[in-house]
Design a protein around this ligand. Structure first.
Ligand code: NAD
Length: 296
């Protein structure tokens, strides 16, 4: 069994760390929020006062932090992971961050003798609780082989996507598909309403035709056709619109840096900016149907 430092015990990191504990690993947790540390201790974990204290004498460090700036600070900063852990310690960053930062942090870690993978997840808080997350992993083959058994207790699907940054690249490409198709599906249901076409009939036909996609068949933005979709609980997340907007912005940042043409991704980012800007960032991202319908 491994000794693991887990930095960032929030909505995702909290349950992920608990699943590592359940698998029998020793997990030293750190978070700026007292409540997150208390929940980790209540689940049988050890709590450290700082990242520096947590990462001494561990086999691996998992970070699950909000954005790239936090990962940079925690891994490279004063009193951070590189300054405090023993070289050779495996670093796994599961936060969703920009590709550029992921690559830069991994390069500095590797130069200092720390193998590192970026391993962002898909599956949300439900997947984190149920240990059914999908991990998209970027990094050298050997680091991936070391990380895989530690990711297994937290997820169901673990894919080695390629070298450093490839996990983050896969995550933003996937979410750009989900964000754009959700808007397309929502627009179709709004048009159907105006045309007097029953939502269930549209679903029955489109889900068996060329309009078929995840945003329709799993996350249908209107209530009824898919009883488990967030639309049936007033668009409570699920996957919050604010997080979708964050990922669409990361995709746009990457598109600008590489010169990739992503006009629909850009439009999707702009529409989620409007939706979140009008105070709906905490609704599920499928709730964008309300804005397209003209609801306040
Ligand atoms: P969260 O805000 O609930 O948790 C982040 C935690 O990090 C907080 O508890 C915060 O106190 C802690 N933190 C911040 N800076 C720290 C530091 N310097 N040292 C120690 N702790 C620190 O966020 P979350 O929902 O758990 O998301 C984490 C990451 O996972 C994000 O990058 C997010 O985009 C990604 N993600 C989230 C979801 C989701 O559904 N929530 C799904 C997939 C991916």
């Amino acid at each position: 069994m491994a000794r693991i430092a887990f930095i960032g015990l929030g909505n995702m990191g909290g349950p992920m760390a608990r699943n590592l504990l359940k698998a029998g690993h020793t997990v030293v947790g750190v978070d700026l929020a007292h409540a997150a540390c208390a929940a980790h201790a209540a689940a049988g974990g050890t709590v450290a006062a700082s990242a520096a204290e947590a990462v001494r004498a561990v086999d691996a460090v998992v970070t699950m932090l909000p954005v790239g700036r936090h990962v940079r600070e925690v891994v490279l900063g004063e009193g951070g992971v590189l300054a405090s852990a023993a070289p050779g310690t495996l670093l796994i960053d599961s936060s969703t961050i920009d590709v550029e930062t992921a690559r830069a942090v991994a390069a500095q870690a590797e130069a200092a003798g720390f193998p590192m993978v970026d391993a962002p997840v898909s599956g949300g808080t439900v997947g984190a609780e149920a240990a059914t997350l999908t991990f998209m992993v970027g990094g050298p083959e050997e680091a991936f082989r070391r990380a895989e058994p530690l990711l297994q207790p937290m997820g169901r699907t673990i894919v080695h996507a390629g070298p450093s940054g490839s996990g983050q690249a896969a995550k933003i490409c996937n979410n750009m598909i989900a964000g754009t198709t959700m808007i397309a599906v929502a627009e179709a249901f709004v048009l159907a309403e105006r045309l007097g076409l029953d939502a269930q009939k549209l679903f029955d036909i489109a889900s068996k035709s060329s309009g078929q996609c995840w945003s329709l068949t799993t996350y249908c933005p209107v209530p009824g056709p898919v009883p488990t979709s967030p639309a049936n609980r007033d668009h409570k997340p699920g996957f919050a619109a604010a997080l979708m907007w964050k990922d669409l912005k990361l995709a746009q940042q990457a598109a600008a840096a590489t010169g990739a043409a992503t006009p629909l991704g850009a439009q999707a980012a702009a529409l989620y900016a409007l939706f979140c800007g009008s105070g709906h960032g905490d609704l599920d991202f499928s709730g964008i149907v309300r804005m397209l319908r003209g609801e306040g």
